[in-house]
Design a protein around this ligand. Sequence first.
Ligand code: NAG
Ligand code: NAG
Ligand code: NAG
Length: 466
Amino acid sequence: MGRLFPTLLGLGLGLCLLTPRAMAAYQVNLDSPDDLGNAAAKAAANLVSFYSPNAAGEYSQTLVHWHESGIAWGSLLENHMNIGDGSQDHVAAGALVNASFGSVGDFLNGAQGRLTQEAWLGKWNDDIGHWALSAASGAEVFGAAAPMPGTGSSHTYTSLALTTYNEMWEQWDDKCGGGIYWSRDRSDASATDSTYKSTISNTLHMALGARLAVLDPANRDAYVAKGKQVYNWLTSSYLMTNTFRLYDGMHTGACLNITGTEYSYNQGMLIHALAYFYNATQEAYWLTQANAVLDSALALFVESGTNILRDSCEPTNQCNQGNLNGGSGFKGTLARAVAYLYPFTDKKRQTTIRTVLTASMQAALANACDSELFCNEVWTGAGAVPDKSPRSQITFMQLMNAFTRIQAASHAAGSTIDNAYTGVGDDGLNGGVFFGSHALGLPSAARLSPILAAGSALLAITLGCF
Ligand SMILES: *[C@@H]1O[C@H](CO)[C@@H](O)[C@H](O)[C@H]1NC(C)=O
Ligand SMILES: *[C@@H]1O[C@H](CO)[C@@H](O)[C@H](O)[C@H]1NC(C)=O
Ligand SMILES: *[C@@H]1O[C@H](CO)[C@@H](O)[C@H](O)[C@H]1NC(C)=O
C-alpha cells in the first residue's frame, strides 16, 4: 500500500505534464465519508436513470441480460447498507416484487409458469441465483422476517431467497458425481447447453446457502452441509484445481469434458460464498478456503503494476460488450466478494484488498467516468473511456459498493479493522455501518482509517490525469 500511492501519483503527474487533461472527471475525495457517500448515491441514481418501471421488474433486455437486472437491484440495496441512503429502495424492492410475480413469490412464476420461464424465457439456474442473492440483500437491509412490499406477510425477502435456493437444488443430480446444471431445461437433448454443469450455478447456490445460513440460523447446519457437498464436488469434478482456480464448467456427456475458460465471476462468487459461510460458522476451514481462492483470483484478475481489477478479455479487447456476450463486467462479482471477505481476513490480505479496490476506484474515476459519474466497466487500458450504459453502471456500482463497504468497515473499527463488519444479519438496517452524509446517526466529521494514505487519493483524482 505504502508503495502504491507514490507510484500512481508519480505516474499521474508524469502523464499530466505530457497531456494536460480537462478537469472533466467527477471530483471525489475518496478519504471523505461525505464525498464518497454523495458519489455512491449519485452512482446509484444514475443506475436507476436507465430504468423504465415495468411489470417484469427488469431493464430492457436489449441492453442488459436478465440476470444483470437482478444484480442491479441488489447493488442498490447494498448501497443502502453501506451509506444508509434508502432513496432507491422503492425501485429495487418494487422490481424484485414484480420479477417474482408479487404474490407468487418465486422467479419462475410458480409451478404453472415454470416451463415458459425456464425454457422460453431462459431463466437458468445461474440467472435466478443472481436475483435471489438480491432478495437476500433485501432481507439484510429490511430484516430477515420483512415482507416484500405489497405481498402481504406471506412472502418475505428471505422466503424468496430460500425458494430459489430449493429450486436450484432440484437441478442437482449424480451425473459426473454431482453438480447443478446451468440450464433448467433437460428436454432438448441436442443442445449441449442442456447437459452443461456450470461452475457459476454451483458457486451461486453455495453463496445463497451461505447468506441463508446467516439469515436463518435455525437451519444453519443444513445450509452448511449442503455448501460443503457442493464445494467438495467442485474439487472432485476437477472444476477447481489444486491451486484454487476455477474452470467454467463441464459437459456431462463426458465427465472430464471441461470448458477450461476462467472467468473472474466464478472465483468471485466462490469467495462470496466462503466468506459468508465463515461469518455464519466462525469455522477456520471456510476462511482458509476463502483466502486461498482470493490469492488465486487476484493473481489472475489484477493488472500487474497498476493493481487494477481487469477481466482476462480486456488486454486483447475481446470483451464484446456490444452483443451482450460481455466479460468485462464479470469482475463486478469479484470486487463485491473481496469486500465481503475483507472484515474476516488477515491484515496483510486486508491491505491487498484495499490496494486493489483503491487503485480500481481511482482508475475508474480518472479514466472511465464522465463528469456526471456515468462510468464504464473497464477501468484500465484502451477500453477505459467514459461510457453511459446500464451494463457498465451495474459493474461500476459493484466496485463503488465494495469500496464504500471496506471504508465503512475501517471507519467503524478505527485502527482495529477485524471486528468492524456489521453489514449483514437481520438487523442490518439498524445495526449497519453507514457512511458519509447519508449516515443515520454517525457524525459526518468522523474520521476514516488512516490506512488510506490521506490526501494522495484526492490529489491524484483532482489532477484528473493518470
Ligand atoms: C411494477 O409493476 C407495476 C405494474 O405493472 C408498475 O406499475 C410498477 O411501476 C412496477 N415497478 C417497478 C419498480 O418497475
Ligand atoms: C464436449 O464439449 C463440447 C463443447 O466444449 C461439446 O460440443 C461436446 O458435445 C461435448 N462432448 C460430450 C461427449 O459431451
Ligand atoms: C456475521 O454475522 C452475524 C449474524 O449472524 C452478524 O451479526 C455479524 O455482524 C457478522 N459479522 C461478523 C464480523 O461476525
